[in-house]
Write a protein that binds this ligand. Structure first.
Ligand code: ZN
Length: 148
């Protein structure tokens, strides 16, 4: 209804990132912002590092994996994304506290949207101790799909 469009939401996060980078003395380059935009646009889908590298190379073909990695580290350090490992691969995700379901059969990662029960669960966890902030909740589950 009155929610911001996806791109307005990403633009506002990029704006916040620019402020944060300047405040901490990091250089604000076009390349860094291109990487950040692609990462923020794709974070909902829990991309792996290689998937993100592929997306970024569509727009910056010559970029090295280490440059991408360093930028991902910085985005995570500044609280714009988070990462977790599934089956030995690092996946990236939106920073907002939410619950991920990881399927043990397929390694598929699915978000539980912070609806009533889970939102209350996260709020309860955060009230256990003052200053605690939920970083990541992962539920491992079976999808019971027949394997091919
Ligand atoms: Zn997620």
């Amino acid at each position: 209804m009155f929610s911001m469009s996806a791109s307005a939401e990403i633009n506002s996060r990029l704006h916040r990132l620019v402020e944060e980078l300047r405040k901490r003395g990091y250089r604000v380059t076009a390349q860094r912002l291109t990487i950040a935009r692609i990462v923020l646009e794709n974070a909902k889908r829990h991309p792996s590092f290689m998937q993100l590298l592929g997306e970024i190379r569509k727009q910056v073909p010559s970029i090295s994996p280490s440059t991408v990695y360093n930028n991902l580290q910085l985005l995570e350090q500044l609280g714009f994304i988070k990462s977790f490992d599934v089956a030995g691969e690092t996946h990236y995700d939106e920073a907002e506290p939410h619950v991920n379901i990881v399927c043990i059969d397929t390694n598929e990662i699915i978000d539980i949207k912070p609806g009533n029960t889970m939102a209350k669960f996260i709020a309860d966890l955060q009230s256990v101790k003052q200053g605690i902030s939920v970083y990541e909740i992962i539920v491992h589950a079976f999808c019971r799909k027949e394997s091919a």
